[in-house]
Design a binder for this molecule. Sequence first.
Ligand code: AHR
Length: 510
Amino acid sequence: MRYLLSTLLIFYVLIGQAQTNQIKLQQPGGVVINKNIYGHFAEHLGHCIYDGFYVGEGNAKIPNTNGVRNDIIEALKKLKVPNLRWPGGCFADTYHWKDGIGPKADRPKMINVWWGGVTEDNSFGTHDFLNMCEAIGAQPYLAGNVGSGTVKELSDWVTYVNFDGVSPMSNLRKQNGREKPWNVSMWGVGNEAWGCGGNMQVEYYANIYRQYATFMTDWSNTSKLFRIASGANEADYHWSEVLMRDIPHHMLDGIALHHYSSVEWSNKGDATNFTEAQYFATLKSALWMDELVTKHSAIMDKYDPKKKVALVVDEWGGWYNVEQGTNPGFLYQQNSMRDAMIAGVTLNIFNNHSERVRVANLAQTVNVLQAVILTKDEKIIVTPTYHVMEMYNVHQDATLIPLEITTADYEFEGKKLPAISSSASRDKNGLTHISLVNIDSKKSQDLVIDLQGKFSTVTGRILTSGKLQDHNTFENSELIKPVAFKGASLKANQLTVKIPPFSVVVLEVK
Ligand code: AHR
């Protein structure tokens, strides 16, 4: 009898779990997941640019093209990086672009005041960055200096890179070796104007924005200017409200939002040596992005019901203490399965909000914060976050398939988070992709997906590892990499999936 009871109990627990985890795909509503949600960010910070992307034209040890590492170019091409933001961050509001053009030996040296007080020799400037973007196949996103620059300086930069004709700025560009303009569309009007970009109040910044935007002329017939206002810090909803209310929408294409995931801002903990409590806190912070995006979008809807203005999450990612023995101003951190979880859930949030969120930039590409690439002399490694971005790139420019999700909780010390996160899309070839994340540190999840249509095959890839703290190193660079996923089976219009703990799965059904 006791045996029968416990068997029944197990049966009910299993049934209960199967009922708990359920996804129902809905009919696509015509919303396209803008590929620019998968953007990256490269600041003059630590070893992101110098000794990261850029190792110098004269470098005989590391193969490069005009000083930019070939291995990084190749890795980013594979990632299908749609856009790359530069030169900051906080650095942008100290940057004077004219210091970074012309013969390198003549360029002035400056102090990088925000990041370690190191010397910035300006050897990587506008031409270097824009040519690098062409090599990667990424659209450049230039962040203009509002905090310590002038209207003329930004207006001149736009003319320098975009004007095809005779003018002092376009002539200067030609003199510096570039005949045709680059036609840069995406422009940030300052960065974090509420903080390192000038400690402004939003009412003041909104006026400044109007002034700057007025003199950013649209020279190109091919790529219209896409002007982005410096946006809110996390839950500063007043900031978004004033931008949307006070800036005429014909001069505004996007408003930014920044949110970093951390254990605690004053005690961020180690990137790889962390406890489950720290893991839980970081994922809670990452999942907060859903509320942030929902509430900022609701404010935008009030002023812009047709959703003309994009929400641009141009800084996101995990932020921990720097690795021991590294410069605290360089923000160098390792990247573990925790970061893969952050990337997976955040990209699902962006996909599901893609009607409003149309640009986003992970901070940062190389050697800084939640990097996709780490370098050490001649070597590079790609991180778990790189693999998630690569697995998810099937969603770029695909049609969003909205979904209803019922999920079990990931419970830790009496606190709960939704265990499963998901998003889905249909690409131009009619293939359906479903990305799934199980953040639970211990339990696998049994899931039933109602596909609302008949399909015949399912394939997939999974990213997981033995421990949450696992990460790729220069000695063991392939510890974490995607492999074929065998845990999904298809019957008519229903998929049954078993997702192991802390793993990311991307399925393809056709
Ligand atoms: O990404 C690092 C810094 O974080 C950026 O420079 C700044 O915009 C943000 O505060």
